[in-house]
Design a protein. Structure first.
Length: 466
């Protein structure tokens, strides 16, 4: 990474100091000599000592509540990542979510498998203020051995585990489960987030990982640096749902008219200010980009840009998809996660992606791309079984008009499927692939014969009645 650091520092004339931490102890002064204003950690720490070598007293400066503290980048599912500036409010939300809702005490051990660039890194580090112990993990959680991750939990007595949803999906697909030698006695809470948690993941965790564990889908955002849907340990957990709204958050689901609804599909918003909401976007001098991105749909309410539904019986919340990833086929509006929940039950399917395709008149149909498990082919029998399953579990109107095979599916750094980009590609729209970690996958979606310009009407592939 040293050459990259050299290039970056040359492009940042205002940079005062670069501190290099040699994790393996194999970097010396000569290795960093060509990097401007650079020093090793040991040299940097000496800068703060008094002349006699003593440590001066710490000075705490009083700042405003909105004083900038962190900068994070959004994951860029809808375009280029936004540069989000946070104030001090994240400390309050972390105490609320992890000490109050999860009833976690000092001495608990937290493991969060997430990249440093993700906002969960900032969220996790604030837990040190509550007396929690953090276990840092670098690398692929299922690379060393099939059960290494579970041994890690036992070895360090991890009590609370946070994983990106995509990681747990891999555990399920690969059947990487604890063995009889793993007791996991220390593990009390498992949280997933970052993308939609499918209902069958609840079964996988309670049946294959650990029966007596608190598990629930959490939901938040980079802009909140925290959660607005969290596991509440005094309430029951229902499959596929987040069981509680974080204390102090006024969460609403709005229909197309902006009216709050329960039991109906709609857009999730925060209706009143919360302390942990970001203070602005970097470089957005008059807040015009902030207002356009988050407050233009429903003035006075912060739009999370996700679709969800409140279960009228349990009051739990189910997240479906990004608001610009919804599909509307044959008059039926639905989220791509509904399709994934059915398709992922097929062992022949390694991964899937469902997006909209438009004809010249703007009519919409759903296209389902399947990445198959090694050894399987996309045969008529598999296609028909998938269509029948979707019609049975959902409705006939949910059945994609087109089902195609793809060799790979584009994802960003956090493992989120980049549906928006694929949607733009197949509809001949401009797109930006800078935030995709496997950009070579995009060639699988260019100039597909089955997705050339179509006429106004679609014929139903299945002759079924709902």
């Amino acid at each position: 990474m040293l050459q990259k650091i050299k290039t970056i520092t040359e492009a940042l004339p205002s940079l005062e100091k670069v501190v290099v931490i040699s994790s393996k102890g194999n970097i010396g002064i000569k290795d960093i000599g060509e990097i401007r204003n650079c020093c090793l950690l040991e040299e940097f720490l000496k800068l703060g000592l008094n002349e006699d070598g003593s440590v001066p007293p710490i000075h705490f400066e009083q700042v405003s509540f909105s004083h900038p503290v962190f900068i994070n980048y959004t994951s860029g599912t809808t375009g280029l990542p936004k540069v989000v500036v946070h104030g001090c409010g994240g400390l309050l939300s972390m105490y609320r979510d992890f000490s109050l809702h999860l009833n976690t005490s000092r001495g608990s051990v937290w493991l969060s498998v997430s990249p440093v660039g993700w906002v969960t890194w900032n969220m996790t580090t604030t837990l040190l203020s509550q007396g929690f112990t953090l276990l840092l993990f670098e690398g692929n959680p299922y690379f060393i051995t099939r059960t290494y991750f579970w041994s890690l939990i036992d070895q360090f007595k991890v009590s609370n585990l946070f994983l990106p949803t995509s990681v747990m999906d891999e555990f399920q697909k690969r059947e990487l489960v604890p063995t009889e030698k793993h007791h996991l006695n220390s593990l009390k809470v498992i949280l997933l987030g970052g993308s939609v948690v499918k209902p069958q993941i609840y079964d996988f965790i309670y049946q294959k990982v650990k029966k007596d564990v608190w598990f629930c889908a959490s939901y938040g955002s980079t802009e909140l640096m925290g959660s607005c849907l969290i596991l509440e340990t005094t309430l029951p957990v229902h499959q596929g749902e987040s069981n509680a709204v974080s204390l102090g958050d006024k969460l609403e689901i709005l229909d197309e008219t902006g009216t709050p609804v329960i039991g109906k599909f709609g857009e999730l918003v925060i209706a009143k200010p919360v302390p942990n909401l970001f203070v602005g976007l970097w470089g957005d001098q008059n807040n015009s980009l902030c207002i356009k991105s988050y407050f233009s749909k429903y003035p006075g309410k912060f739009s999370m840009n996700d679709f969800a539904i409140i279960n009228p019986k349990t009051r739990g919340v189910i997240i479906y998809c990004r608001s610009d990833e919804t599909l509307k086929q044959r008059g039926c509006r639905f989220g791509s996660s509904e399709i994934y929940s059915v398709v992922d039950t097929f062992r022949e399917v390694r991964d899937s992606l469902c997006v909209s395709h438009y004809n010249k008149q703007g009519d919409e149909r759903a296209v389902l791309f399947l990445k198959l498990t090694d050894g399987y082919k996309l045969e008529d029998g598999l296609v028909n079984n998938i269509r029948n399953a979707i019609a049975k579990e959902l409705t006939v109107r949910h059945v994609p008009d087109v089902i195609l095979e793809t060799k790979d599916i584009p994802v960003n750094m956090n493992g989120k499927k980049m549906e928006i980009i694929v949607k733009k590609i197949i509809n001949k729209m401009p797109y930006n692939s800078d935030n995709i970690i496997n950009p070579e996958s995009l060639k699988n979606f260019i100039d597909i014969p089955e997705l050339q310009p179509i006429e106004k009407t679609f014929t139903d592939i299945l002759q079924m009645k709902e």
